[in-house]
Ligand binder design. Structure first.
Ligand SMILES: NC(=O)CC[C@H](N)C(=O)O
Length: 387
């Protein structure tokens, strides 16, 4: 057993280490639950929104490194959640402030991690870690909290099989269908409710972020959320005006149930909009292929160009897989590209009312430059209704 040298400044029960499958070891201190966790280590460059990031179901089985150095300043509140619980498998940060201060704060970040039994590590060089992830690609890793057994941490890091081939959409999805009518948050009012919807959207929950549902409700939609494995027939029985394909964790390729249902619904000509995993599912249902990226896109400052208007938008991103543009069939028109690496960010079917976007138009956290895509979906449903 190899132990790191004692650090006189950290009490033994607070010691924590991060191991990467490439052999790198980082020492820090525990800010969450004791124990250990494994997953794919990724980095996110967003400067705000740690609570939304932690609760985003798309981070299931990922250990999220936040590159912004001070995380926890505004504590935790009851409203900024994208799901009922934390989905990230672990949190890696540089500096946890001693004081959390915000008018809505009810808990500190550390109390939140502990209450939800999530392992977190602070006090390590997140810049050095991010350089490793950028140069070598996202790494499988392990965080050990409460002990500093390097061999154990390395063995745990290497035991994670990696996200390629992992179907997690059906794991995080709701098991029961439900109706959503909560609208967007407004200062002084909080969340509202949609009481007179003009459209009925059926949303497939592969790990849906709540702000997507809120933005649809804000635009006049009643949303029925279905489990990831629901069939096209179940969706059609609800007589939807439109179909929404949600974001979600893991590899899109093994989600054969979602690909089959999407293919049928698009073929029937129902207006369909997909975000992130939903975009990848739409691509697979249209005959294209997806691939694993080197370190993916995770942040809130990614420039994306709309090829129709030439407009550049600053977008929120969180994906480790991408659609291989070279495999898009002729009935798919590229609508958006990433200006960071030229990768595909959006396409539309030319033969059916269906389009999708790789980034996160709902932001949360992030800029709202791409929010008009929700208006485009509503306009598509309106046109189809009147056709
Ligand atoms: N946010 C998402 O929907 C992520 C999609 C997919 N799991 C990926 O990593 O590419």
């Amino acid at each position: 057993m190899c132990l790191l040298p004692n650090n006189p400044f950290i009490a033994e029960e607070r010691i924590a280490i991060l191991a990467l499958a490439d052999g790198s070891i980082f020492q820090g201190f525990s800010i969450g639950a004791p124990g250990h966790t494994i997953g794919e280590v990724v980095f996110n460059t967003a400067m705000t929104g740690y609570q939304e990031i932690l609760t985003d179901p798309s981070y299931s089985r990922q250990l999220v490194t936040l590159t912004y150095p001070h995380i926890g300043n505004v504590g935790i509140n009851a409203e900024d959640i994208e799901a009922t619980r934390i989905h990230a498998a672990g949190l890696i940060i540089k500096d946890l402030p001693l004081l959390a201060s915000n008018f809505r704060s009810t808990l500190s970040l550390s109390e939140y991690l502990k209450a939800q039994n999530v392992v977190g590590i602070a006090g390590l060089d997140t810049r050095k870690l991010t350089r490793i992830l950028r140069e070598k690609g996202a790494q499988n890793g392990a965080i050990l909290a409460g002990e500093a057994d390097v061999d154990k941490a390395l063995a745990l890091a290497k035991s994670f099989p990696g996200l390629a081939g992992m179907d997690l959409a059906k794991v995080v999805s709701t098991t029961q269908s439900y109706v959503w009518n909560e609208t967007e948050w407004k200062l002084g009012q909080g969340y509202g409710a949609q009481t007179a919807p003009a459209y009925h959207v059926v949303a497939f929950d592969y790990g849906v972020k709540r702000n997507i549902l809120r933005m649809l409700a804000e635009r006049g939609c009643k949303i029925t959320v279905l489990p990831a494995q629901a069939s096209a027939a179940e969706a059609l029985a609800l007589k939807p005006d439109g179909i929404f394909l949600a974001n979600g964790p893991g590899d899109p390729e093994p989600c054969d149930y979602a690909i089959a249902a999407t293919r049928e619904l698009i073929e029937r000509g129902i207006p369909t909009f997909g975000i992130c995993l939903g975009h990848q599912i739409m691509a697979l249902a249209s005959g294209a292929k997806t691939l694993k990226m080197k370190f993916g896109h995770h942040g809130a400052n990614h420039p994306v160009q709309d090829l129709d208007t030439r407009q550049v938008m600053i977008t929120s991103q969180n994906h480790g897989f991408a659609v291989d543009q070279a495999t898009l069939p002729d009935n798919c028109r590229v609508t958006h590209v990433s200006l960071f690496d030229g990768s595909l960010q959006g396409f539309a079917r030319t033969d059916k009312p269906a389009f999708c976007f790789q980034g996160h138009p709902e932001a949360s956290p992030g800029p709202t430059d791409v929010a008009p895509l929700f208006d485009r979906f509503v306009a598509m449903m309106e046109k189809h209704k009147n056709a």
